[in-house]
Design a protein around this ligand. Sequence first.
Ligand SMILES: *[C@@H]1O[C@H](CO)[C@@H](O)[C@H](O)[C@H]1NC(C)=O
Ligand SMILES: *[C@@H]1O[C@H](CO)[C@@H](O)[C@H](O)[C@H]1NC(C)=O
Ligand SMILES: *[C@@H]1O[C@H](CO)[C@@H](O)[C@H](O)[C@H]1NC(C)=O
Ligand SMILES: *[C@@H]1O[C@H](CO)[C@@H](O)[C@H](O)[C@H]1NC(C)=O
Length: 422
Amino acid sequence: MMFSVSRSPFPIMSKSLSGLFVSIYLLCFSSGLSGSEDSITLSLKTDGNRTRYTLHRNSSLVINIINVPTSISAVTCQVHTQTGNLTLSEQPRVFFHNSITGKNIGLVIKLHNSESEKQVWLSNLNQEDVPVLIVITALDSFGPIPGGCNMEFPTEIAPYLRLKSDSLKVYLEFQHASFGSRRDEPPTKCSFSLPYVTYDIYVLFLEENDFGESEFFKKVEYMSNVSSIKEHSSKAKSYSLHPDTRFSFLLYPNLGVVYNVIAKFTLNNEIKESAYVPVVSYGCSSFDFTETGCRIKYSFKGKLFLFLISIFGFIVAFFGHSFISGVILFFGLLVSFFVGFILTGKYLSFSKESTAELSMVIGILGGIFFLFLWLWLRHPIILFLLNGFVFGFLISATIVYTPLDDCSRFIYCWLLCNAVIL
Ligand SMILES: *[C@@H]1O[C@H](CO)[C@@H](O)[C@H](O)[C@H]1NC(C)=O
Ligand SMILES: *[C@@H]1O[C@H](CO)[C@@H](O)[C@H](O)[C@H]1NC(C)=O
Ligand SMILES: *[C@@H]1O[C@H](CO)[C@@H](O)[C@H](O)[C@H]1NC(C)=O
Ligand SMILES: *[C@@H]1O[C@H](CO)[C@@H](O)[C@H](O)[C@H]1NC(C)=O
């Protein structure tokens, strides 16, 4: 309004003056959209920058990304929060296709022509103030663009990850990366880039029982760029040919885990890599900070079972030689419990409590079964097999959890496990 009125009386207004009017106009217009809108400026001097900020309730923030060199054709902007959902958008007005809502969110922002700055809008519709971590990273023009071949997520480019979980597992989902290109060059077709890009999944655990904000932000920051991911975390899996876009991990209740994916390919003998936007799971569906929010509750039955088992184990360990049947019962129970737990957990979809209870029943039945087998056959091989299995399982489990073996391939893990057991 103001712009069109001001323009007609001065048809030969100088360019810079009209530019001034345009910016005043834009300023009025954008601040009129919502009651309170703050702004921060992040300079992308070399390859990244970061900041912490507290976003007031029911407010929005303009993130100005400045000093982007013309050799950079795209930038990722990530926002992380522990508490409430936020919305990050490429335009001041939020639409489904230009924005992303969540706690670990990000967008890839493309630059055109000779632009050296861009704006992104972040809004907090929660009724409380939300502390956030904002990270911007330059994407190499010839490197992978995370989520550039998005098929399923709402935004055109989807550099963020999604977590789904059931009572035993966490499923990490991402979208395929594409080849980067120079500014305003048409992007390479995804059918062409797909076979060349491989993905590594990295995992970093938060301090146990530390649900605090500083631990959260520290570890998320570690996981937010390629070099720091490699320095601080461990590679969980890597996938190459026709990769899946969904990975599953065991769910550790009560333990915070940061996941991220690095996409890479080789161009002229040079490895090009870029990181997705990390995502955090606390191993429970609704994270709240109260005493009972995210704690595991061991049931009384479970505690009693473990208590009886340990007394039994104690007796077996010290007086086992004088009653072999007891030893057989004990190891038979352990073996059946393990096998039962793994099989029911994998093939039946019960809740965690029911799975544990069912495995206890299987364990007890298995123990009795082996006892009768022993009383019937009286063959020492039964004892050795059971004994060896438990001992082998213990050893291989120990090896798998040490840095000796990063268990990068699941099949390899199980082979190792079985070899040691045998
Ligand atoms: C939140 O902000 C919007 C726009 O400024 C306003 O209309 C709304 O009343 C605010 N809500 C609360 C609860 O403050
Ligand atoms: C990050 O951005 C701020 C604000 O523009 C700037 O003062 C600072 O130098 C930047 N840091 C880096 C490492 O570029
Ligand atoms: C990567 O993140 C680490 C940890 O936050 C930071 O020290 C480092 O400067 C970052 N590197 C780049 C290139 O942004
Ligand atoms: C946060 O956003 C996610 C994804 O959009 C949604 O599934 C979830 O219900 C939201 N949570 C809250 C508390 O609004």
